[in-house]
Write a protein that binds this ligand. Structure first.
Ligand SMILES: [Zn+2]
Ligand SMILES: [Zn+2]
Length: 263
């Protein structure tokens, strides 16, 4: 996406040094179809789940599916979306003693949650799961218990690449004006600033105006993960949108929030 525009960012950061402190490192996960095991980082692959821990189900009432049909409340199994081992994403900060991050979600549409899937994050220690025994059969949602738009298929391995993100729509107004001036009306900056791709860290590549969640402690949450479909991962997510997962590291238990962004 940034191809051919790479020369422009150094020009920008040289002429507008105030951009530099806004840079954030991101790890693009670059999922590719494969056969990940529970011991691999993956998108839509099996997760390393302790055998003695019940598989999570969503019990939210008022599930909807695309087209507006509402489903009765029921226990719907969550599906694995992203699994990351610390060894594969050294730029990602894990909580003390943890080295495994799992993002699961209920793929159905939750009208009370921005018509988005409902994510759940789990931080674990790989050794702890191995000591407890690994769940062999991960429940899959039955027909009618999942929404294709948010079901990551096929299972993918990841090839993480570190990149540098700048804020797109979050750019302060005075800087935006200076960027536009240098850009001479080409509007290249939003594409350069950050990319909507499945990634850890960096900035959400907001399509709609930014909508950062604020934690109960009053602080703006940190962008942890963006998840989107691409040419390899079949998820439409509302016309090429994404789901962004945020957390607060200041509060006990690292509370999370999410946003569904789409065209
Ligand atoms: Zn649900
Ligand atoms: Zn907080």
């Amino acid at each position: 996406m940034r191809k051919g525009l790479d020369h422009f960012l150094p020009v920008l950061t040289e002429r507008i040094p105030e951009l530099a402190p806004l840079a954030l490192r991101a790890t693009a996960l670059r999922p590719r179809p494969g056969t990940p095991t529970a011991r691999d980082s993956s998108v839509g692959g099996p997760v390393l789940w302790p055998a003695d821990e019940p598989w999570p189900h969503c019990e939210q009432p008022g599930h909807a599916v695309m087209g507006g049909e509402t489903r009765p409340a029921g226990r719907v199994p969550l599906v694995p979306v992203v699994q990351l081992f610390a060894r594969d994403v050294p730029e990602l900060r894990f909580p003390e003693g943890k080295d495994l991050l799992q993002l699961l979600w209920c793929t159905l549409i939750h009208p009370r949650e921005q018509d988005a899937p409902l994510p759940a994050l789990h931080w674990r220690a790989e050794a702890d799961v191995l000591a407890r025994g690994v769940l062999r059969d991960i429940p899959r949602p039955a027909e009618g218990e999942y929404e294709d738009e948010f079901l990551p298929t096929p299972p993918c391995t990841v090839s993480p690449v570190v990149s540098v993100d700048h804020p797109n729509q979050d750019l302060p107004e005075d800087l935006r004006a200076r960027v536009l001036e240098l850009d001479q009306g080409f509007d290249r900056y939003p594409e350069l600033a950050c990319v909507l791709e499945t990634k850890a860290g960096g900035y959400p590549a907001w399509i709609q105006p930014p909508d950062w969640p604020v934690c109960d402690c009053g602080e703006r949450m940190e962008h942890l993960l963006s998840v989107t479909g691409d040419e390899h991962v079949d998820m439409d997510m509302g016309d090429g949108g994404g789901v962004y997962v945020f957390l607060c590291r200041r509060c006990p238990g690292f509370p999370v929030a999410h946003r569904h962004d789409c065209h």
